[in-house]
Write a protein that binds this ligand. Structure first.
Ligand code: GDP
Ligand code: GDP
Length: 437
């Protein structure tokens, strides 16, 4: 499924990040245990009336040392590239400014729909003052207040009206979508090219239906279909903002969202860096399948136990990714790259495995017999029943007497039992606890 994307643009101080937080609300998952990127709050997935959408705050992509007018133009460009609908934010307090006019002018170049919103319209009297904003030439202004949370229902209704209808992914459903994610220069583009050479297939380069992403489709020797999602941003190189870290992260995030399996690329020469962890954290939060690729294996001096040491290092830095297989590869020599398609197939299949409830409950009973459920103040956790509610990633619901009694460590234990019994290598699994009515 292609989730539609909204970008917020506006001059500094109109309230973009305040409005962003309003639109995303509490629904953003923020996991404190590991360095996820969602806390940076420039990109989030949310929903309105049960329908998902993505939101980008272009103001969060800092353009160091650029004058304001230039920053605004870059932000507008990013929005025009990435979004299905652009929300042009202004402020009712300050009225129409030169920077607003400049931005309005710039946004006239896009054929994407633009919705004009007037923020800081905190009370009804101020709503009368929004007429000035018609002069920007972007249609009816929508009054909102980021601080008070008013006006967002109408704004979201309008946004959803303007999303492209029948957004269709060109690929069929049973294609395995994957992407290479990692810092600049770890070898993502080289890996894309090496895979194409390795697969010795005729590749059809197709423009994405709505966005500029270039996907590549190929079929492996075993006959499975793959979609390789471009993230390297190769075609955008040279634009100033391409080099800003947050923008490259942003592109990576939208690719992760579209992937079934994410190949996290680590440079064998430079080793693990902080930025590697950020993107890995996001892929994990998004519930994606993960392979860790250690690239440039040709370029390291293979001392006695480099292999073991690297593996240990990765496991220590990415503890929450203990389910992810590690593959040591070289884009230059092609070493072990032939193993990647079968690994991706395996993970894809693991993610789509459905476990029968009866079998699941046998495993649950054995688990509880082996390791009794925790107690608190004389009350013991009772797990009545477990059932699988979703695939991709596999998601289980456990019905219990009291959710407060389910401890993190016991959840971990159950997750491990499920992994041992049903083989979910390469994919996160989710365990949800519900109280039985
Ligand atoms: P950004 O630079 O566009 O991301 O703007 P911020 O979200 O950081 O907001 C800039 C300032 O405007 C902050 O001091 C906010 O508290 C204030 N602000 C944001 N939304 C509103 C609003 O709806 N009403 C009022 N009165 N102030 C707001
Ligand atoms: P990207 O920014 O992640 O797309 O990285 P590139 O694919 O552009 O590669 C960055 C640099 O690393 C280039 O100079 C490549 O030639 C080099 N490189 C990529 N893969 C390998 C590899 O497997 N071995 C060696 N020795 N160098 C590599």
């Amino acid at each position: 499924m292609n989730i539609p994307t909204v970008a917020l643009v506006g001059r500094p101080n109109v309230g973009k990040s305040t409005v962003f937080n309003r639109l995303v609300g509490e629904r953003v998952s923020i996991v404190e245990d590991f360095p996820g990127v969602t806390r940076d709050r420039i990109y989030a997935t949310s929903e309105w009336l049960g329908k998902p959408f993505r939101l980008i705050d272009t103001g969060g992509i800092e353009m160091i040392d650029e004058p304001i007018m230039k920053q605004i133009r870059y932000q507008a460009e990013i929005a025009m590239d990435e979004a299905d609908v652009i929300v042009f934010l202004t402020s009712g307090r300050e009225g129409v400014t030169d920077a607003d006019e400049e931005l309005a002018h710039f946004l006239h170049r896009t054929n994407k729909p633009v919705v004009l919103a007037v923020n800081k319209t905190d009370n009804p009297e101020q709503r009368q003052e929004i007429w000035d904003f018609y002069s920007l030439g972007h249609g009816d202004p929508f009054p909102v207040s980021g601080v008070h949370g008013t006006g967002f229902g109408d704004l979201l209704d309008e946004i959803f009206q303007l999303f492209p209808k029948e957004e269709q992914e060109a690929e069929t459903e049973d294609t395995i979508k994957f992407s290479f994610i990692g810092r600049p220069n770890v070898g993502k583009s080289s890996l894309v090219n090496a895979i194409l050479k390795e697969q010795r297939v005729i590749v059809s380069d197709m423009e994405g239906t709505t966005r500029e992403a270039v996907d590549t489709y190929f079929t492996s020797e075993s006959g499975r279909h793959f979609t390789m999602i471009d993230t390297a941003g190769i075609r955008k190189r040279g634009k100033v903002f391409e080099n800003t870290e947050k923008y490259s992260v942003l592109r990576a995030l939208s690719a992760i969202d579209r992937s079934d399996v994410v190949c996290l690329v680590i440079d064998a020469v430079t080793g693990i860096r902080e930025q590697d962890k950020k993107v890995a954290g996001y892929a994990y939060e998004a519930g994606k399948g993960i392979v860790i690729l250690v690239n440039k294996w040709d370029a390291v001096d293979k001392s006695d136990n480099l292999f073991e040491e690297f593996t240990k290092d990765i496991r220590a830095h990415f503890q929450y990714l203990s389910f992810a297989p590690i593959l040591f590869v070289s884009a230059h020599t092609g070493q072990r790259l032939n193993k990647l398609p079968e690994l991706l197939e395996m993970i894809y299949d693991n993610r789509h495995r459905r476990v029968q409830s009866s079998v699941l409950n046998d495993v649950l009973m054995d688990a509880v017999a082996m390791n009794p459920t925790p107690t608190d103040k004389g009350r013991r956790l009772k797990i009545y029943y477990m059932t699988q509610v979703a695939v991709n990633p596999p998601t289980f619901v456990a019905f219990v007497n009291d959710v407060e009694l389910m401890h993190f460590s016991y959840e971990r234990f159950l997750e491990n039992q499920l992994r041992e019994s049903f083989y979910f290598e390469g994919t996160p699994i989710r365990l949800i606890t519900r109280e039985r009515q």
